[in-house]
Design a protein around this ligand. Structure first.
Ligand SMILES: *Cc1c(COP(=O)(O)O)cnc(C)c1O
Length: 379
């Protein structure tokens, strides 16, 4: 017998209401019944995105919406800024390259957040820059960017601001309209507490003006087709019907909870996790900008990072994530996003302590759990 805990930055655990919704018989999508569901999903997404613009539902993982953003906004040879402070920032650059878009890369040291002034400097120097591609929460390092400040900068120029909010939306605040985010992309398997398979994308008026003249090839991810379909409460292709039905359930839960409560819950869980790590004598990878979504922690000397993650998962059923790319073996990432509650965190910390102890790392057993509980008691 084994109980599994999923504490990874996607996929995240599913609430029971979602599992039940996923088990419902399939229905046809070109029906008034599904249209009502699609309409409700669209309204709920606007609430979570904090936007008045349409939010399109694509059938793909989150990267599909990233690709849709690049393919619809830009043409080959055009110039865009990409902010690279980790693996997902690099994805923007790779996508731009795939479409022949010239990426002006802002390299940010992994573990640090981009300085909005650096973006401003580049925009000022080059009025031909058409778009700025950023990341709300850089999941590979746990760093959160100051999108509000970046939005203020980009709003002064012709460029559009595109934010990869795949791992942050529905967990931490992102005011799409108020902060001047022109295109916001997300996915189903992180803050949205669904299985992977849906991507979401919102598009502002300023972004539609670029889409109107973009010449990049696209078909499945053509946002003009999606816009035309949404006007008659439809989708251009067969949607992932069951996932959309489950999405409506999730959006009901999120609406009931309220965004402020959701953000507060994530903050408390992040605080408890970070307090626990500190009490165990562990160092955060990104102390200056560590998000409420996922906490990256340096693997202490003498402990094998990959083995730590593997033992927690294979021996004890607690899945956290290891480091990616240059951080492989050097950090572990403890996610506290979505359908996660205080005792999931306690279980995760307790397991971490057990495996660290077995690995010979010296600390007072229970120190992490105790520190986390103190945070939960004070909340
Ligand atoms: C998970 C993640 C992605 C990739 O999403 P997929 O669903 O795997 O395509 C992109 N960006 C960020 C910040 C992520 O956390």
């Amino acid at each position: 017998m084994r109980k599994n805990y999923l504490l990874t930055p996607g996929p995240t655990p599913l609430p029971p209401e979602v599992c039940q919704a996923l088990g419902k018989p399939i229905i046809h999508h070109r029906t008034p019944q599904f249209q009502a569901i699609l309409k409700e999903a669209g309204e709920g997404l606007k609430y979570v995105f904090q936007t008045q613009s349409d939010v399109f539902i694509l059938t793909s993982s989150g990267t599909g919406a990233m690709e849709a953003a690049v393919a619809n906004l830009l043409s080959a040879q055009e110039i865009a800024i990409t902010v690279e402070g980790g693996k997902f920032g690099e994805r923007w650059t790779e996508l731009c390259k795939s479409y022949g878009v010239q990426a002006e890369v802002i390299k940010v040291e992994w573990g640090k957040a981009v300085d909005p002034a650096e973006i401003e400097k580049r925009l000022k120097n080059n009025p031909d820059i058409k778009a700025v591609f950023t990341t709300l929460c850089e999941t590979s390092t746990g760093v959160v960017s100051d999108i509000e400040a970046i939005g203020k900068v980009v709003a002064k120029y012709n460029a559009v601001l595109v934010v990869d909010a795949i791992s942050g939306l529905g967990a931490i605040d992102l005011k799409t309209d108020a902060w001047g985010v022109d295109v916001c992309v997300s996915g189903s398997q992180k803050g949205f507490m669904l299985p992977p398979g849906l991507a979401f994308i919102s598009v502002s008026k300023k972004a539609w003006d670029l889409i109107a003249v973009s010449k990049s090839p696209r078909f499945y991810f053509d946002l003009k087709a999606a816009k035309k379909a949404i006007q008659s409460v439809d989708t251009p292709f067969t949607p992932a019907i069951s996932l959309v039905i489950a999405l409506v359930e999730v959006l009901k839960i999120m609406k009931q909870d309220g965004l402020d409560n959701i953000f507060k819950r994530h903050r408390i869980m992040a605080d408890a996790t970070k307090a626990a790590m500190k009490a165990l004598g562990l160092e955060l990878f990104a102390p200056s900008a560590s998000s409420d979504v996922v906490t990256a922690v340096k693997v202490p000397a003498g402990v094998e990072g990959e083995k730590l993650v593997k033992t927690m998962r294979d021996v004890y059923g607690v899945t956290i994530a290891g480091g990616q790319a240059e951080l492989k073996g050097k950090v572990f990432r403890f996610a506290h996003m979505g359908f996660i509650e205080e005792f999931d965190i306690i279980a995760g910390i307790a397991c971490l302590e057990k495996v660290l102890k077995e690995a010979g790392y010296v600390f007072k057993l229970g120190a992490g759990v105790s520190a986390a509980e103190e945070v939960f008691l004070r909340k």
